[in-house]
Design a protein around this ligand. Structure first.
Ligand code: MLC
Ligand code: AMP
Length: 501
């Protein structure tokens, strides 16, 4: 099936083998078979082609999580398009940049946002899709005519995912069919996913974790997913006895640990708990083992690469480490232009079939991070021990990770500094018991500007997860002799802010 299409022919292989087996279970809805999943994807592909989609065109999508949205991803790739998912939290002003930069030929959005979004992509065909599957996209899919699989090879683009930059504008990471397929195959084999698995899928599907790591791996293995609209601890605990695996960000684990229903009995059929996207505290690892009898498997990845390292499936899962380089992924730790000695700190660089093709229309940014010989400079600071286990100890990039979402301080600072009466600002991440890190802004302004003014203005331009949870007004920012703002001093000053929340 779909032999001409490098990624889809593999993702659909299990559907062809056993079309009637369940792919998705959803609370209160009939199960969806693998055949139904791809039937819907084909209909959407036909609708996209009728709307004028050409090979390599971007399909920009900001919709609530739904099975139809998964079909839209598959249908886009089947039709030869490039899937471009956008966080549902993005505001209209953030979307204006993404749509302007990516120039999609098709935009799919929530019906409630259609009027605001359509003018941002003049010339694009706009469909809408609601979380219950209603809207013009599925109407067009229901009546679309015949469909021919687009011919797409390993090096063709399958997706563009935007990641913010430490300086300036967000960058669209270009991921090829081969990038996605090679990583999904590696993860299926490394984590022992088979058609006997039932994966709890509670992650959003606009980032690589929920879209590629969870969905592609399950599809490739022929596993079923318990498909949830979002993270709800009660729903997860209801589902757990029927499930074999779960993937989550650390916040999933810390929140579930607060629930007394989490017991070895609830987790009796589970074989694998995987965590990633943000650091999992060694303490959480230990608490989880005490509560369930399972050792969480922590892995490390990024949008540009999918997954790079993983703790072993069968060997020792070491708390506080992200494990070993995955098969086929080369990893080195560099400082001052050379590899460091084991145990010394440096920046992780990775190379392999998983590493992206570059940033969309940004050759200079690509050249800054992707070396000509294929090594990607990740910006993550780490040490590797004599056994090869990697521990991430910090970031060379100024980045906050809040509940698994990346927040670039520079972007928030620029939004604050643009406000009238503000002189300057520094945005920092502080330890947060729920989100891992919480965003905090420290602002110098004239006396007329209040915290509420700033919070109110940011609500219009920044996604909720980027907005500071606290704003401090100060007379001046601490600086070193060179005049550089000392963020470490600010982090120390406010360190305990979220301790009791
Ligand atoms: C929600 N809020 C957040 C937030 N999520 N604030 C900061 N950081 C977050 N991550 C806001 C809400 O808008 C709300 O604001 C308040 O915080 C409380 O929300 P909540 O109801 O508690 O949040 P919830 O909807 O339960 O979401 C929390 C979460 C979610 C952890 C389940 O953030 C999530 O699904 N995170 C996963 C992110 C992810 O998939 N990352 C993968 C990136 S890929 P208010 O004021 O309205 O109450 C990647 C590569 C790799 O990194 O390696 O995987
Ligand atoms: P993103 O750009 O959203 O893909 O985020 C990628 C970044 O998330 C990486 O560069 C790391 O900084 C971080 N990350 C992902 N997984 C882990 C992990 N297990 N531990 C620590 N940091 C992680």
């Amino acid at each position: 099936m779909y032999e001409e299409n490098h990624l889809l022919t593999s993702l659909a292989h299990q559907a062809q083998q056993a079309p009637d087996r369940v792919f998705a279970r959803r609370a209160g809805l009939p199960d969806t078979s693998r055949a139904d999943l791809f039937d819907g994807a084909e209909r959407i592909a036909a609708a996209l082609l009728e709307a004028g989609l050409n090979d390599g065109d971007r399909v920009a999508v900001q919709v609530e999580k739904s099975l139809e949205a998964v079909q839209l991803y598959l249908g886009t790739v089947l039709a030869g398009g490039v899937f471009l998912p956008l966080n549902t939290a993005y505001t209209v002003s953030e979307l204006a940049y993404f749509l302007g930069d990516a120039t999609p030929s098709v935009v799919v959005c929530d019906p409630a946002k259609r009027d605001a979004i359509a003018p941002l992509a003049p010339g694009a065909h706009v469909f809408d899709l609601a979380s219950d599957g209603s809207g013009s996209l599925m109407q067009a899919a229901a009546t679309a005519g015949s469909f021919t699989t687009a011919r797409r090879g390993p090096d063709d683009l399958a997706a563009i995912l935007y990641t913010s930059g430490t300086t300036g504008r967000s960058k669209g990471a270009m991921l090829t069919h081969a990038n996605l397929l090679s990583n999904a195959e590696t993860l299926r084999d490394f984590w022992h996913f088979t058609d006997a698995d039932v994966l709890i899928h509670a992650l959003p599907i606009f980032h690589s974790h929920g879209l590629f790591v969870a969905t592609n791996t399950a599809l490739l293995a022929g596993a079923a997913v318990i498909f949830m609209p979002g993270f709800d601890p009660e729903a997860i605990l209801d589902a757990m006895p029927e499930a074999t695996a779960m993937m989550g960000v650390p916040t999933f684990y810390t929140r579930l640990l607060q629930n007394t229903r989490l017991t070895p009995q609830t987790a009796r059929n589970m074989r694998l708990f995987i965590s990633g996207s943000a650091p999992l505290l060694a303490e959480t690892h230990r608490q989880w083992e005490a509560a369930t009898g399972h050792r969480i498997l922590e892995r490390y990845g990024m949008t540009e690469t999918n997954m790079n390292t993983s703790n072993p499936y069968e060997g020792e899962r070491r708390a506080g480490t992200v494990g070993l380089p995955l098969p086929g992924v080369e990893l080195r730790i560099m400082a001052d232009g050379a590899e460091v000695a084991p145990g010394d700190i440096g920046v992780i660089e990775v190379r392999g079939p998983n590493v992206f093709k570059g940033y969309w229309q940004m050759p200079e940014k690509t050249a800054e991070e992707l070396r000509p010989d294929g090594w990607l400079i990740t910006g993550d600071l780490a040490v590797q021990d004599a056994d090869g286990y990697v521990s991430i100890v910090g970031r060379a990039k100024d980045l906050i990770i809040s509940g698994g979402y990346n927040v670039y301080p520079k972007e928030v600072e620029e939004a604050i500094d643009d406000l009238e009466g503000v002189e300057e600002s520094a945005v920092i991440g502080l330890p947060h018991p729920d989100f891992g890190e919480g965003v905090v802004a420290v602002v110098v302004a004239n006396g007329a500007v209040t915290e509420a003014d700033i919070a109110g203005a940011l609500a219009h331009c920044l996604a909720k997860f980027k907005q500071p949870k606290h704003i401090f007004m100060v007379d001046e920012l601490p600086r070193n002799a060179m005049g550089k703002v000392q963020k470490k001093e600010l982090r120390d000053r406010y360190a305990g802010l979220f301790a009791t929340q």
